[in-house]
Design a protein. Structure first.
Length: 253
């Protein structure tokens, strides 16, 4: 049988938001390489004898390099183990699934990708706002906040009012993001929000305008992963919706 690796989306964190295929893959894994943001609730689905290796990191922490992860996946799969590479959210949304697939297939290892719910979708569902909306948001752009030489790399970010911009990994760069978008033509009063731990029971909503977003985030001091949503639809977010959508959580502050 050809060796195989499954790149599995763990979704936003709650085990009941896993796809059935993702849950089945974890339950059948013999080697599980998981990101740091994957919680114990999901890791607990793996068999007791499964080899578990933490590969990801939280901001500022040590992590395993991508080359090392690639080599480890290939080595375990070529030994005949059922390898699951477990990634937060969706493997195809800023999850390096393309790089890992290319590396593995070049070494004779088959790859299956199992999608997961990405953070922006989880935030929209939990806090009752759409990512697109007739007459308000005709397009949706996913982006990351990448800093190079002290400058925000934001080539291709749309400035029109009919695009919802969902920015991942932007918690610590909110000031540069707001400054850049306003400079490129987004009105300072554009609705904006930040969601910490989207989709989890400890999710937190921070509502603002584009101009006030950096200060709101600084005052809230989130330490979990944050997705930013900028555009007219952000004004539709409702904090109380988190209670209705996730009754286990109690009131989200």
């Amino acid at each position: 049988m050809q060796p195989r690796v499954m790149l599995v989306g763990a979704g936003p964190g709650s085990s009941d938001l896993l796809t059935l295929r993702a849950a089945s893959a974890i339950q059948g894994a013999e080697a599980l390489l998981y990101d740091a943001l994957v919680g114990e609730e999901i890791l607990g689905l793996a068999p007791r004898r499964c080899l578990r290796i933490r590969t990801g990191k939280r901001a500022g922490g040590a992590s395993m390099g991508q080359d090392e992860i690639n080599a480890l996946m290939a080595r375990l799969a070529l030994r005949g183990l059922k390898v699951v590479r477990l990634k937060g959210g969706d493997p195809s949304v800023f999850g390096r699934s393309g790089e890992e697939r290319a590396y593995l297939e070049a070494r004779g290892v088959a790859v299956e990708i199992v999608p997961g719910i990405t953070a922006a979708s989880a935030a929209a569902a939990q806090f009752a706002f759409p990512l697109t909306h007739r007459a308000e948001a005709r397009r949706l752009t996913f982006a990351t906040a990448r800093i190079q030489d002290g400058e925000l790399v934001a080539d291709g970010w749309p400035s029109d009012r009919e695009t919802t911009l969902a920015i991942y990994m932007g918690r610590d760069s909110a000031g540069l993001i707001a400054e850049r978008l306003i400079r490129d033509g987004r009105p300072p009063e554009t609705p904006a929000l930040a969601v910490e731990n989207a989709g989890r029971i400890d999710a937190r909503l921070m509502q603002a305008t584009l101009a006030s977003l950096p200060g709101v985030i600084a005052a809230a001091a989130p330490n979990g992963p944050v997705v930013l949503v900028i555009g007219a639809v952000a004004a539709r977010a409702c904090d109380q919706a988190a209670v209705d959508a996730c009754p286990r959580s109690g009131r989200v502050r």
